[in-house]
Design a protein around this ligand. Sequence first.
Ligand code: HMG
Ligand code: MG
Length: 309
Amino acid sequence: MPLPTLPTLPKQVKIVEVGPRDGLQNEKETIPAEVKIELVNRLSQAGFANIEAASFVSPKWVPQMATSADVMAAIARKPGVVYSALVPNMQGFEAALAANADEVVIFGSASEAFSQKNINCTIAESIERFREVAQAAKRHKLRLRGSISCSFGCPYQGEVSPASVVDVVQRLRDLGCDEIDIADTIGVGTPRKVQHVLRSVAQEFPMTQLSGHFHDTYGQALANIYASLEVGIAIFHSSVAGLGGCPYAKGATGNVASEDVLYLMHGLGIATGIDLDAVVDAGQFISRHLGRKAVSRAGNAIAAKRAAV
Ligand code: HMG
Ligand code: MG
């Protein structure tokens, strides 16, 4: 009897490293710019083609990102690598432009309650702010990415309907986003729900330009990534050493660890162009600085194996 057919998976994926931004933004102790710079450089050397390196938001809201301009000014830019920056408004856009960001990220939410807490406005108001940013990005020929928080649940309002995610996808598409992130800010999604939301939004925006941004709070991130691969997603966000959390989503833990995602992809025979060993080194570097163990199962296993030799 022939073996049962398996779902077709993408042959290669883009992994966007968000550790220097999403990962570090929630750290209480100020991390010196030099450490952030070395982290970004290690990540570009490891082979990431897209690194979220900065966030031009109010320093009163997110103090840790106040050194973003210093970081962007001093990193060793590797040709071909896209260095992205979050921008909530025109003030942020001007700063990102001055810092030579290659891509700006406008970040909205599928939850009204989260939109208020995170960026102090309604979803509709945020889209109006983003319109100006989007036009400016196009004028300056910068890549434009849109991110949608709370696509699978919200820390303040609970349930978030797939229809509200589709609605924000339509609005970001109409602003001209090149890529849209479907983000599980608090890590509550499970595989079938994730597939349902992704298939729903893919009616409105190409699956190949959608990305999965999963936090691992409930331990579902790798399962959700595999489920996303099954429906054709080929862009994922991850954080070296599993760093992170969102300052406006209490209890939200880090993004899925880059080392774990790379171990999964390489095990599946999916090309990433990234050197897992070098990412493990970068994870050990930042964990040493933060004075705690990396939150990466694969990263820690590889480090332990090295130490045992
Ligand atoms: P606001 O207080 O309503 O803004 O905040 P405002 O326009 O009234 O300005 C107030 C002050 O902020 C003024 O300064 C402005 O100059 C300053 P003051 O006169 O009081 O001295 N300001 C800025 N400063 C620097 N850069 C700017 C900027 N804009 C205003 N761009 C605002 C509105 C959006 C600014 C604020 O709510 C904010 O900065 N929020 C950012 C929150 C944030 O960064 N959250 C984390 C990132 S999102 C995330 O992690 C989720 C994601 O990973 C996906 C997922 O997992 O869900 C992307
Ligand atoms: Mg996030």
